[in-house]
Design a protein around this ligand. Structure first.
Ligand code: NAD
Ligand code: TDX
Length: 331
């Protein structure tokens, strides 16, 4: 099977490509990635001899057309992915997430390739704290940020192309991922690399906000379950029952580092900060028989800490610039 992976030099995409090469000997993988600040070719280094890498944008109609013409399956990870960046400058989010997804859909329509579109639970907005409510595939879209609204728009484009043009696509909306190769701008790697440097973690506001954490390998095994056994046109929510407050994540990391549980700082909150995300993954578990492997969050975090300790040369070049940017917004 010829698989085109967009955004394959990013966090989840690179893990997906590595996992695919390891577990799917029949897959012939091509990566299309623009190598923005978030893309790093070295994340594919362990499988470089098994992957064709194309440096380019999903908004490049001719390039996308020629690559999709040679693919049986397109797995679409490429996106601008960071909420804080979308508040500072929404423009690239509109271009990549909306125009880029449109460009891919048109190519898939022309060539009849199967598409799996990767999206986020943030399209549903947020939930109140301290309730049993969870997102389901029927939850109405209600995105809060430029990031989540452009992801919501991209999902709606995919749904319309399925219905209007018969494109063979599926969609997944996943909760917060953690694991190796995540950019140091994101919450977990930012705090892990701060702790490695002896700097106190930075918690937005009170730290009561809840995210539903899933290991990146569990996200990617769910993506393959959907590609293999999912129903065309369907949306699957991916989550592993990992609800944890930001404060508890920081406290767990402090414990892993053997530091005092109060050794962190509260900093300026994110404007429009979503309170809580929680996924009901019943459809994925019952219809497709998927289950997560990383069910012990503390152990998964500790392994992630080990990875960042062992791979300083991967994250160090980006660290100072990310922190300088956060300092400007008091975070
Ligand atoms: P990331 O920012 O780490 O990686 C994004 C990748 O896309 C980078 O390699 C970047 O170079 C590439 N890219 C950006 N613009 C491009 C363009 N115009 N053309 C080609 N490539 C481009 O993001 P991530 O965290 O790996 O997220 C991947 C996908 O998963 C995104 O669609 C995101 O919305 C979704 N998602 C992420 C999470 C999470 O917790 N990180 C959770 C749910 C869904
Ligand atoms: O330094 C920090 N301190 C802090 O308290 C940072 C960077 C974040 N936070 C908080 C904000 C969020 O409540 O931690 C939580 C997680 O923050 P992010 O890593 O920025 O993730 P989030 O905004 O929840 O979005 C992530 O999950 C859904 C991904 O970045 C998205 O791409 C995905 O769609």
């Amino acid at each position: 099977m010829r698989v085109l992976v967009t955004g394959g030099a990013g966090f989840i995409g690179a893990n997906f490509v590595q996992q695919t090469v390891r577990e799917r000997p029949d897959a012939v993988v091509t990566v299309l990635d623009a190598l923005t600040y978030a893309g790093d070719r070295s994340s594919l280094e362990p499988v470089a001899d098994r992957v064709t890498f194309v440096h380019g944008s999903i908004t490049d109609t001719d390039l996308v057309d020629s690559l999709v013409a040679d693919a049986d399956l397109v797995v679409h990870f490429a996106a601008e992915s960071h909420n804080d960046n979308s508040l500072a400058d929404p423009a690239p989010f509109v271009t990549t997430n909306l125009v880029g997804t449109f460009t891919l859909l048109e190519a898939v329509r022309r060539h009849g390739a199967r598409l799996h579109h990767i999206s986020t639970d943030e399209v549903y907005g947020d939930l109140p704290l301290g309730t049993p409510q969870r997102f389901t595939p029927d939850t109405p879209y209600n995105p809060s940020s430029p990031y989540s609204s452009t992801k919501a728009g991209s999902d709606l484009l995919v749904r319309a192309w399925v219905r209007s043009f018969g494109v063979a696509a599926t969609i997944s909306n996943c909760s917060n991922n953690y694991g190796p190769y995540q950019h140091v701008e994101k919450f977990v790697p930012r705090q892990v690399t701060n702790l490695i440097d002896g700097v106190r973690p930075r918690l937005y506001g009170a730290g009561a906000n809840v995210r539903d954490w899933i290991h990146v390998e569990d996200h990617n095994s769910a993506v393959w379950a959907i590609v293999d056994r999912g129903r065309i046109g369907e949306t699957y929510l991916i989550g592993a029952d990992g609800e944890t407050s930001n404060l508890d994540v920081v406290r767990t990391l402090l414990e892993v580092f053997g530091r005092d549980p109060d050794d962190f700082d509260h900093v300026a909150d994110r404007p429009g900060h979503d309170l809580r995300y929680a996924i009901d993954a019943t459809r994925l578990r019952e219809e497709l028989g998927w289950a997560p492997r990383f069910t012990d969050f503390r152990a998964g975090l500790a392994a992630t800490v080990d990875w960042y300790r062992a791979n300083e040369s991967w994250w160090r070049p980006a660290k100072a610039a990310v922190e300088a940017k956060y300092a400007q917004s008091g975070q």
